[in-house]
Design a protein around this ligand. Structure first.
Ligand code: BES
Ligand code: ZN
Length: 450
């Protein structure tokens, strides 16, 4: 704050776009003096956040490229696109590659149609050419739900009452060759049964409720669970150095750009990625005395792999210089109920990201939509764990924190994107970051770019 406040009690606000300015001052003479200085020096080089450009980025990632599963060619193609966009914003761009631990990929086919399915964690693979067998209805998968008739068949089991592991184990012990567990709740996201650290010797997959109920009317299914081995993913990093500043503070503006299988990931998370790219553009020419790193992480959806890898590679010096991480994940849903822009910190306490964002929102007269809340499940977590102030921007339903019903589903498409929410997020984030990183200019003892 230093000399910013002078006796004049002056607050100069350069409004949103940098195209016009307003000055509120007590003391009329000063208004004229400052306005003149401002027009002469035009210090605010922050460009206006453009939601139409951001929308085009979401379109490209979610519609043109489509699902961007960790390790896939589509994820790599997206990384190249993001790198090329960051280069346009005069950043030094690097792609950081990392290994993905071996895992399974699932495909369930019934009467020639693929049914969205996800392998359980702890599942066995199928033989290489897949496994085709008759279906066996096994209720909830209790021991009493199996007769010897299940031998050589695929057990179809509803979620509920027992753990996923108990169901799978009971089926395997009774002689089933595979297990399909279907959801008992309405959710467009495909069920991923978690065997909680245990394993079984037969393949186990999860499917949705509606698909499960349909499956009960069928007689046969083909399951193919392949081991995905030696896959890689990548983070795309664009850096703006702080010219002439030794050991500057670092601010990270981040998102993940991968999606779940079958999910175009328009909101989760082409939206956050579009804001990262747009923020890089809006800040292309600002005089900054902090280093800004724009990062798009890969492989978030399979366990925050990209951000964990990135943070693990920071030197102790870099961690010390790290001031804040603004993470953007799910910032443009048009689901009506998601009327609150949450700033999720892992422990629910305020930090630098929250303080800056709240101030920016108030300045922009958007204070009412912004809330501090507690939440993890995204790439701000590894930053928090390294002791760096971090938070995730996400639109959620107030009170419940619910997400749009089409989260992690094939319906997370461009039709469910709100340009208005995209713009609110972009404005708040760009102003919050700008307030922190900008190099202050002083004229006649007055800070003219507050
Ligand atoms: N976009 C979500 C983040 C999210 C989910 C925030 C739910 C708040 C509530 C993210 O892509 C995601 O899906 N995360 C995973 C966790 C991750 C560790 C695999 C999730 O929540 O299932
Ligand atoms: Zn997700």
């Amino acid at each position: 704050m230093k000399r910013k406040l002078m006796k004049l009690s002056l607050a100069v606000t350069i409004a949103l776009s940098g195209f016009f300015m307003s000055a509120t001052v007590e003391g009329t003479n000063s208004v004229q003096a400052v306005s003149k200085d401002l027009s002469k020096y035009s210090v605010n080089k922050l460009k206006r956040f453009n939601e139409n450009r951001a929308f085009r980025t979401i379109y490209h990632l979610s519609e043109t490229i489509g699902p961007r599963v960790a390790g896939s060619l589509e994820e790599k193609k997206s990384a190249r696109f993001i790198a090329s966009q960051l280069k346009k914003s005069k950043l030094k761009v690097k792609t950081q590659k990392f290994d993905i631990p071996d895992r399974l990929k699932g495909a369930l086919t019934v009467q020639g149609h693929e049914v969205p399915s996800r392998p359980a964690t702890g599942s066995a693979p199928t033989p290489e050419k897949g496994l085709t067998a008759p279906l066996y209805k096994a209720g909830l998968g209790r021991t009493g739900d199996f007769t010897k008739d299940v031998k050589g068949k695929v057990a179809v089991i509803s979620r509920g009452e027992l753990t996923f592991y108990e169901k799978a184990k009971n089926a395997a012990d009774a002689g089933a060759v595979a297990v399909i567990i279907y959801n008992n709740r309405d959710s467009l996201a495909t069920l991923i049964p978690n065997l909680a650290g245990k394993t079984v010797d037969i393949p186990v997959v999860g499917i949705g409720k509606e698909d499960g109920e349909k499956l009960l009317t069928k007689t046969k299914a083909t399951l193919k669970l392949d081991a995905l081995k030696h896959q890689t993913s990548q983070n795309v990093i664009g850096i703006r150095r702080a010219k002439g500043v030794k050991k500057p503070d670092i601010v990270y503006i981040t998102s993940h750009y991968d999606s779940v299988p079958y999910g175009p990931g328009a909101n989760d998370n082409a939206s956050g990625t579009s804001v990262v790219l747009e923020l890089a553009r809006t800040m292309k020419n600002i005089p900054a005395d902090k280093e800004i790193r724009f990062i798009a992480f890969g492989a978030e959806e399979i366990g925050l792999l990209g951000s964990e890898y990135y943070v693990s590679k920071l030197s102790g010096q870099e961690v010390k210089r790290s001031a804040a991480n603004f993470n953007l994940d799910m910032v443009a849903t048009n689901w009506e109920n998601a009327s609150q822009l949450n700033i999720n910190t892992l422990d629910g306490s305020g930090n630098l990201v929250w303080t800056l964002s709240k101030q920016a929102a108030l300045n922009l007269k958007k204070g009412a939509v912004l809330h501090l809340s507690k939440g993890g499940s995204s790439d701000h977590v590894p930053f928090h764990e390294a002791g760096i102030d971090s938070a995730n921007f996400i639109w959620q339903e107030p009170e419940t924190g619910a997400l749009e019903p089409w989260y992690h589903s094939p319906y997370d498409t461009i039709d469910h994107i709100s340009k208005k929410r995209l713009r609110i997020t972009g404005l708040i984030a760009s102003h919050a970051v700008y307030d922190f990183v900008k190099k202050n200019k002083w004229q006649k003892g007055i800070c003219v770019n507050s």
